[in-house]
Design a protein around this ligand. Structure first.
Ligand SMILES: Cc1cc2nc3c(=O)[nH]c(=O)nc-3n(C[C@H](O)[C@H](O)[C@H](O)COP(=O)(O)OP(=O)(O)OC[C@H]3O[C@@H](n4cnc5c(N)ncnc54)[C@H](O)[C@@H]3O)c2cc1C
Length: 285
């Protein structure tokens, strides 16, 4: 029987944390370097502005063969496999040999947030990847970037690559003004910070609904909390008339579910979306 895809282990890269910084009260920046310096090229060469890695967390109490390798770890019983979490490469500095990853610190719950809060120079950081899917289309008339704190690293990396003068609207949901960051771009940026603490959990959806879309063809990047993203998907496809090729859209996390539980429901959500897409297509023809 052929291997199931989840059994095909991608290459593991060992990084070592060089420094950490609290960028805002809920965002921790980890700067890490591959143990093998030339490995930085594999990350720097990604064509995607949402390039991401899977961070590998060893299970407490399990001894893995050294040097750690995901393919070898997956020969152990399933319950001993390491736990994975997905994080965007906010920046790759080829000259310095460094990767920059911004972790949302959403309290003492979960695995990755608390790990980032405790990380210090010398801490090991094992990653798989990079993966990625989105690059802003240079032929688009304008760009729409929408997301919460978890998507902010990808939005920032995208803004850094937007061509000079290209119109871009970015709507970013954060808890409050203390979570805002300085973002740089050569594009013609209209940036709106949306504050969840005062406007509530639907604030981002409302902000996109209220946005006056410029004329022309948009290329959109929309990621963040899965419930909000789902509402935005319907709005953009059904009410704004975008087509799927204009959209990079997915939930990065789901309120009330840890990543394992979210991944279990994600598949059925994607199937329901695909059905809705199929019923929408003939109406456009
Ligand atoms: C392609 C991709 C790229 C991503 N890039 C980034 C990134 O660069 N930075 C980043 O911080 N996240 C990013 N995420 C989201 C991140 O993978 C999830 O938020 C992940 O669940 C965090 O793991 P955890 O161990 O901290 O919490 P979990 O153990 O997964 O969850 C514990 C609890 O915390 C809640 N929770 C999880 N994430 C958040 C959050 N952001 N805010 C509030 N509550 C939360 C859960 O709903 C759950 O109740 C990305 C996800 C994807 C799919």
């Amino acid at each position: 029987m052929p291997d199931r895809p989840e059994r095909r282990a991608p290459r593991t890269t060992k990084l070592v944390v060089r420094r950490t910084e609290w960028v805002t009260p809920h965002l921790i920046r980890i700067v890490a370097a591959p143990e093998e310096p030339t490995d930085v090229d594999r990350f720097a060469d990604s064509p995607h502005t949402d390039a991401y890695v899977k961070v590998v967390f060893r299970r407490p109490g399990v001894t893995y063969p050294e040097p750690f390798d995901m393919a070898t770890a997956r020969q152990l019983p399933r319950e001993q496999w390491p736990t994975l979490r997905t994080y965007t490469l906010r920046e790759v500095d080829r000259a310095a040999g460094e990767l920059v990853i911004d972790f949302v610190y959403h309290g003492d719950v979960g695995l990755a947030g608390p790990w980032a809060a405790a990380a210090e120079p010398g801490t090991e950081l094992l990653v798989l990847g990079p993966g990625g899917a989105y690059t802003p289309d240079p032929s688009a008339d304008w760009h729409l970037l929408v997301g919460d704190e978890s998507a902010l690293p990808a939005i920032a990396a995208t803004l850094a690559k937007i061509p000079a003068g290209a119109p871009v609207h970015a709507l970013v949901e954060v808890d409050d003004p203390a979570e805002e960051q300085k973002l740089s771009t050569a594009g013609d940026l209209r940036l709106s910070w949306v504050h969840r603490s005062t406007l509530g959990e639907d604030a981002l959806v409302d902000a996109v609904r209220e946005l006056e879309f410029p004329a022309g063809r948009v290329h959109a990047f929309v990621h963040g909390e899965a419930g909000s993203v789902r509402q935005l998907r319907r709005h953009l496809l059904d009410e704004r008339g975008l087509t799927l090729d204009q959209l990079s859209i997915s939930g990065y996390w789901r309120r009330g579910l840890d990543d394992e539980s979210y991944r279990e429901v994600k598949k059925s959500m994607a199937e329901a979306d695909a059905e809705a897409d199929a019923s929408r297509a003939p109406q456009r023809a």
